[in-house]
Design a protein around this ligand. Sequence first.
Ligand SMILES: Cc1ncc(COP(=O)(O)O)c(C=O)c1O
Length: 476
Amino acid sequence: MFHNKIESQPSEDALLGGFLPDPPAGAGPDAEAYLEDDRDLVWHHLTRHEGALFPLMVKGEGLRLWDVNGKEYLDATSGGVWCVNLGYGRKEIVEAAAAQLLRLPYYVGSAGNLPSVDLARALLKHAPGLSRVYFSSSGSEANEKAFKMIRLVSYLKKDSRSKILYRDRDYHGTTLGALSSCGQKERSLGFGPFVPGFEEVPAVYCYRCSFKKSYPDCDLECARAVEEVILRTGPETVGGAVFETVTAGGGILVPPPEYWPEVQSVLKKYDVALILDEVVTGLGRTGAMFAYDHYGIQPDLLTLAKGVASAYLPISLTLATEKIFQDLQSGSGVLGYFRDISTFGGSAAAAAAAYANLKIIERDNLVERVKAMGEVLIGSLSEFLKHPNVGDVRGVGLLAGVEFVSSKDARSPLPEELVVKVAVEMAKLGVLVGRTNRSVPGGNNIINFAPAYFVTEEDVSRICQAFGEALKRVLG
Ligand SMILES: Cc1ncc(COP(=O)(O)O)c(C=O)c1O
């Protein structure tokens, strides 16, 4: 159990509670009008609008959220999509951003700003081997920058290594380049034609191995398949490989310890640059500052977004080795530098929020805390393996998934409607969880848990109680 000197909750003083209006005490006429206009005027992400009202959130504090009707939730998703890693109402982040907004909100181009330097200095200390930070404003964009860097290096070297490998079940964003590297076919369905030059390698998914093998007797066939794809594609044409270190939205797939060293050695053999997408896992989520720290490997490019400023302001980063940076300075004229810009990559306030976020993670030993509380969370969820429809419980740090099946023997995925019902029942019980959503055809059967880093043992009990009750209501 988690009993050590790490502060278990931010002090009252660290939260903004007192500054915020109380949540509305019930559905007055105003709440009703907001709910209706939200349904009728706002186009929700990833959603078929079928006339139902959506919840409208109005206030957050720590891990608690309140909707416009005054209903309280425990948020086990960190803002729906694993972003608000330090919880809601974090005064230090807000004050850092507010002070910077007053001093200088923004400037981009050849001039820089102080918080970006502070952030780059502090962040690079955690990422030996990487030495440059490129700023933009979304995870998709951070990955697009990485793809463009790989392609421009190849163009400058005139070596035709513009192809990029990606992995089944990984997701790298919503833009067309990122969707061209999408291993979640429900996400990319219908948006083609796609950008050429992306090649898929098999998922690392021990519960449903594409090679019908079992770890550890499998000889890591999924890792060795990377070499086969390189050979089939033509090693002289492959310049990069983009992977999620731990697949998040594709089902919380944590590679076994030997996977990454094996993949890294194959990529090195063919001189293929490794782009690690840690948009979800970066900055502590898995109980290490970066998920790749668990494996002792070294990326050439690293992309970060969601937790960089705990989503208090939008910011994303592409970190690069000095070699890639220098390769991109090697041309002449317009080819003598990386001709790319991100308008909102110049947000000094977002950089200030991110710097404050990182300083809190360091000061409060949050990476250690995530590791310890992750064991509590995953240990508690593992109790549900007794249920006939719970096929697998897996995860690392505060990133956990429960995979539902109709039959344990056949491992047949439980129909998505039933998985949705479990999540809906949990929301009725006041606990918000995520799920594989419009990701993998026939494979949206995983509920995921990614609470903020300050989650307590009581919170974990409440999450598990609601989960157990929802399971009973939906599946018996
Ligand atoms: C692993 C991963 N990479 C990239 C992205 C894209 O980030 P964004 O939605 O900020 O563009 C996501 C978003 O969910 C993600 O999960």
